[in-house]
Design a protein around this ligand. Structure first.
Ligand code: 5AD
Length: 483
């Protein structure tokens, strides 16, 4: 079928599912009717869609870590520790890299090596290999909703197994993950793969089970200004809504500037709803999540602890519905369950302390919200125009033309001409727009602020500003003290 945003028809989808489930023996364990019954039996507080809606109603900011180990035993223990010792509101399962790349035979070897070594030799939980029946025990072992974190542009089988096992949330999207996680898969293929997943979530919905789908923000490990993150949030949300998704979260990495992050959360919420409504979708729930710093982390324990705590503060003040946490182990690799639980508790305490603070009345906040909207709308409008109103076609064409662009993307179909940098006040700005159609008056604002920083630091106005912004946060404290 030619690419389009249209909902995949029932008969076509049925055939796609049959073919998909036949790719690995555990696919046989997926029986839709049983999975639906399982989800209906889950208590409300273990369903992520419900828990996210309730958090909005109560004005709470939820905490969610990441976490995955290579054997069932280790994964079970991890999830229980995150639930009980970390007081996580949402319990994760991160899959390993073989699973993300659909190399299940290699994942199998990783399981065996992990069993032999008595520790995890994989960087996540190989859920496809363990299958539905085994993974259901993970859901039974915790008293919170569980979310799949699978960092991949190829989620089709993983999602089938995860949903059938009782996971009620799934992180990932066609535009964000394809442009930030993989070199050799086209944006079109990535969109198609996630149309499958969104259509699957809608199939559960048709049977009375509301699942939580979530757009993942960017994981390029570099700086992404809010306008670029939000542009992809809007387009990914339009694609999901077209497949029938009703519960769709949006994630953004923290810029670490309190005012800009708060403005980003507000602008994201409003712009996503604005474009969904314009396209005729009036009943899609779209909570916003902030992610602890996604760039390079310091090696010093104390420095990272500050970043964890500050990340909780930012999320609370920004009014994010949840925050995805990191740990003091971030610079070194995968955290121990205990460090992971500590990251959660540090964040939880910071949220508590800042829970009543909002910036709504602050002129700088209002200015940033409006600025982001002036940045995002022209890019979205042009993209939709390029697809004659179709978000899928428009997205592919806009990437080809550089109208949509992501800084430092590993993907071959993405130009990566756009370049961000931190300005004199600490906000992320556009240093070079590449071919993205930002309005001239908007770019002048960015340029003025970046030039002020260049002058202050006595460096030329150019790419060096962008490069130093990428490393800044991981620099040793002694070096940062000169500013
Ligand atoms: N366990 C815990 N955290 C993980 N991350 C990735 N894999 C795991 C895992 N198995 C986290 C790291 C990384 C982010 C994208 O996800 O913090 O920076």
């Amino acid at each position: 079928r030619p690419l389009s945003q249209e909902r995949i028809p029932d008969d076509v989808f049925e055939a796609m599912r049959r073919e998909n489930l036949a790719r690995w023996p555990t696919g046989k364990e997926v029986v839709l009717e049983e999975a639906i019954e399982l989800h209906k039996r889950l208590p409300r507080h273990k369903r992520l869609a419900y828990v996210m809606r309730r958090a909005v109603d109560e004005g709470r900011c939820l905490t969610q870590p990441r976490g995955g180990f290579g054997t069932f035993r280790l994964q079970l223990e991890l999830m229980q520790i995150l639930d009980k010792e970390g007081l996580a509101d949402i319990v994760p399962t991160t899959t390993d890299s073989y699973t993300r790349n659909e190399q299940w035979a290699l994942a199998q070897k990783g399981i065996e090596e992990s069993e032999r070594a008595g520790r995890s030799m994989l960087n996540g939980y190989p859920i496809v290999n363990y299958g539905v029946a085994v993974s259901r025990q993970l859901i039974e072992a915790i008293d919170k909703p569980a979310i799949m974190l699978t960092g991949t542009a190829m989620p089709k089988l993983t999602a089938e197994i995860g949903f059938a096992a009782g996971y009620s949330g799934y992180l990932g999207s066609g535009i964000a993950y394809t442009s930030s996680y993989i070199k050799e898969l086209s944006i079109e293929e990535g969109i198609r793969n996630y149309q499958y997943l969104d259509r699957l979530a809608a199939l559960y919905q048709e049977h009375g089970v509301e699942l939580h789908r979530r757009q993942p923000g960017f994981l390029t490990g570099t700086n992404i200004p809010p306008c670029i993150a939000i542009t992809t949030c809007v387009l990914d949300a339009l694609l999901a809504a077209a497949q029938g998704v009703k519960n769709y979260g949006l994630e953004m990495g923290q810029t670490l500037h309190l005012v800009q992050d708060a403005a980003a959360v507000r602008a994201c919420q409003e712009l996503v709803q604005e474009y969904l409504r314009k396209a005729g979708y009036t009943d899609v729930f779209t909570p916003v999540t902030l992610l602890h710093w996604m760039g390079a982390w310091p090696h010093d324990d104390a420095q990272s602890a500050a970043l964890v705590v500050y990340g909780g503060t930012l999320a609370a003040i920004a009014g994010a519905v949840s925050v995805t946490t990191k740990t003091t182990h971030e610079a070194f690799g995968i955290p121990t369950p205990q460090a992971n639980a500590e990251g959660l508790r540090m964040t939880r305490m910071a949220i508590y302390l800042a829970r009543r603070i909002r910036l709504d009345a602050l002129p700088e906040f209002q200015f940033e919200v409006e600025l982001i909207k002036r940045e995002v709308r022209p890019i979205i409008d042009r993209t939709l125009e390029m697809g004659d109103g179709d978000a899928a076609v428009g997205t592919v064409r806009a990437f080809e033309a550089g109208v949509l662009d992501i800084p430092w993307s590993p993907n071959r179909w993405c130009k990566s001409r756009v370049m961000p940098a931190r300005d004199a006040d600490g906000c992320l700005r556009i240093l070079d727009p590449g071919l993205m159609p930002f309005p001239k008056e908007v770019l002048e604002i960015h340029e003025e602020r970046l030039k002020r920083r260049a002058k202050k630091e006595g460096v030329p106005f150019g790419p060096e500003l962008a490069v130093s912004s990428v490393y800044e946060i991981s620099e040793p404290l002694a070096k940062l003290m000169s500013d």
